[in-house]
Design a binder for this molecule. Structure first.
Ligand code: ATP
Ligand code: MG
Length: 256
């Protein structure tokens, strides 16, 4: 297959009162890439995610997913368009089981929607069974299949992060956007997460990844954009980023 642009975003500006949080930020991600977004704390990485997924309204910007313009006006519209995300601070339904959390994610795509699950017509029941099966497959895929019926707040931190990824995958997204999925993980969990991301890429998925672990990013990402004070200061291959003077000064050379 010829190379297809999955996410094409340009000219994003976002101001919070007196703070220019994003200045002319753009990104172009090809099908099947793991694309990294790095930069110091407060650089605007999460803000950029919030803009492209419809949580924050941008002041300016153009947005295209798989060649089609999309409007990041509301999170559910963005989900329908084909972007799924996870959050820097885990956002699961803590009282629901792992399986139920993934099933909720899947309902974005189902015909019956949440009402189908309530009315239980035959078609709805069959769709429900399909959703349940697919949810279990996704839990198996991320490595927590054995915990399907565990209340999610009782899962380990690392497993909750995996569950968030499974839930995001449940929508069959064109783009999976992960905001610091390794945050708070120990070295073993981080390594396992890296393996999972490689597996997700091998399935042909496209991933946009925010992560502070530079070593992990350099070995995992196809390309990287670096933000500093809301501005892109470098874009390129990991090797180019690693040797870029501005990046070393702003980010790599410091305590990070
Ligand atoms: N809703 C908001 N209202 C006002 N300011 C905000 C809001 N969200 C973010 N900011 C500010 O925008 C800037 C960028 O924050 P952001 O969370 O995007 O950074 P980040 O790169 O994700 O940092 P970190 O690595 O710490 O997660 C910060 O100065 C932050 O305080
Ligand atoms: Mg952040």
């Amino acid at each position: 297959m010829s190379e297809q642009v999955i996410l094409n975003i340009a000219g994003v500006n976002k101001r919070f009162g007196g703070l220019q949080a994003l200045t002319d930020v753009g990104i172009k991600i090809m099908q099947g890439q793991i694309y990294g977004l790095i930069g110091p704390n407060g650089a605007g990485k999460t803000t950029f995610f919030n803009v492209i997924t419809g949580l924050y309204q941008p002041d300016t910007g153009t947005f295209e997913l798989a060649g089609k313009p999309y409007s990041p006006s509301a999170p559910h519209e963005v989900a329908k368009a084909g972007i799924a995300r996870t959050f820097q601070n885990i956002r699961l339904f803590g009282e629901m089981t792992a399986l139920e959390n993934v099933m909720v994610g899947r309902h974005v795509r189902s015909h019956q929607g949440v009402f189908g699950a309530v009315f239980r017509h035959k078609a709805a029941r069959e769709e429900e069974a399909g959703i349940r099966k697919r949810a279990q497959e996704l839990l198996d895929f991320v490595g927590i299949g054995a915990f399907a019926n565990r209340t999610s707040k009782f899962l380990s931190y690392g497993d909750q992060r995996r569950l968030e990824i499974a839930r995001a995958l449940a929508t069959d997204p064109q783009l999976l956007a992960l905001d610091e999925p390794a945050a708070g993980m120990n070295a073993t969990e981080k390594l396992a997460l890296k393996e999972l991301l490689i597996k997700i890429k091998a399935e042909g998925k496209t991933v946009l990844l925010i992560e502070h672990d530079v070593k992990m990013m350099m070995s995992l990402c196809d390309r990287i954009t670096v933000l500093e004070y809301g501005k892109p200061i470098a874009e390129g291959l990991p090797a180019e980023i690693q040797s870029n003077k501005a990046v070393i000064d702003a980010y790599l050379g410091g305590s990070h």
